[in-house]
Ligand binder design. Sequence first.
Ligand code: FE2
Length: 427
Amino acid sequence: MLDLLITNATLADGRTHMSVAIRAGTIVEVAAGLCAPAVQTIDAQGYLLTPPFVDAHFHMDATLSYGQPRVNQSGTLLEGIALWGELKPALTQEAILARALRYCDWAVAKGLLAIRSHVDVCDPRLLAVEALLEVKRRVAPYLDLQLVAFPQDGVLRGAQGPQQHLDTLRRALDLGVDVVGGIPHFERSMADGALSVKLLCELAAERGLRVDMHCDESDDPLSRHVETLAFETQRLGLQGRVTGSHLTSMHSMDNYYVSKLIPLMAEAQLHVVANPLINITLQGRHDSYPKRRGMTRVPELLSAGINVAFGHDCALDPWYSLGSADMLEVAHMGLHVGQMCSPAGMHDCFDAVTHRAAAVLGLEGYGLRPGCHADFVLLQARDPIEAIRLRANRLQVFRRGHCIAHTAPAQTALHLSGRPDRTDFCL
Ligand code: FE2
């Protein structure tokens, strides 16, 4: 006897009339037209059943703090960092915990069940680290939260001094933070940025941890930290375990240089995370017209065989005044900014917030295959392209075979003579 049988589902790869069988929180079979006795059977009515959304890049310590203590007037990354610095002394663990848990509620409602969040480790009290470790424990039954030790003020530049910052970062890792972060473009010089990449990658190699650096998040065409990140990845044997986040400077780089850089990144098996909502908002702020879009070269990186995912990055915080944990909104923006409008490009955007993001986190048991966790989302859409177009309604969200959120089907009644009495925007 199965615990749960989903029938008549469409999968992201285009297969229709598919059944997914679940026992003890695990998928045991995926087959067309499968019928078997189950405690509960759900007819998916031909809608899209997908593994959960995954956010490869977020800042949960700052989320939902919009307007505290004031709003970012210039809209730049640098004013956002300064504003976060103003807020930090007033932070309390209780406030971080409450905001983060509220965001996780939104995430579950949107079918977002795994998040990699950076957490600021420049505060020697490690207030935010302790708060987010508590959040990680509390949400573990329904959401995988992976934490990155992120020295927001620069591990070499920060006010505490390099030794203190490295020690605090090590303490955060000792407490259970999963991944080593960095911010080389914010260090004082290109040389210091490169040194920070070297030191932090060596720390990750020593401890057998993954790396995820905010890297080249600027419009500077001469920023070169992703080259250093690829070099250190290869030197230390970290291939496949290192992520370059943002890489917005690649948007502005010389094409000849990029023709050399991308193969080096592929050789080091770097993962790349673009953050379309934030990149299109923060980048190009020093331009008059034309204004650069700022997002990294997503189609070109994918063509080179590099794993590219999309992240939400910010929601209602010093850097971004909107956001609702909707990874389909992120994919929608990525599709537009990257002009990924072909059918294959649109599928790539869906993958960037599902499978490709899961690969960045190194999630185990992710997917709609026998042996994977019974985690999935039923969307009110017939395929991934329709899901992005509609930022589709999440009809049901499952974790380990149990429904943890559901939403009534969206439809609007029409009062028009000679026309149907309702529409749901699906074709
Ligand atoms: Fe970020």
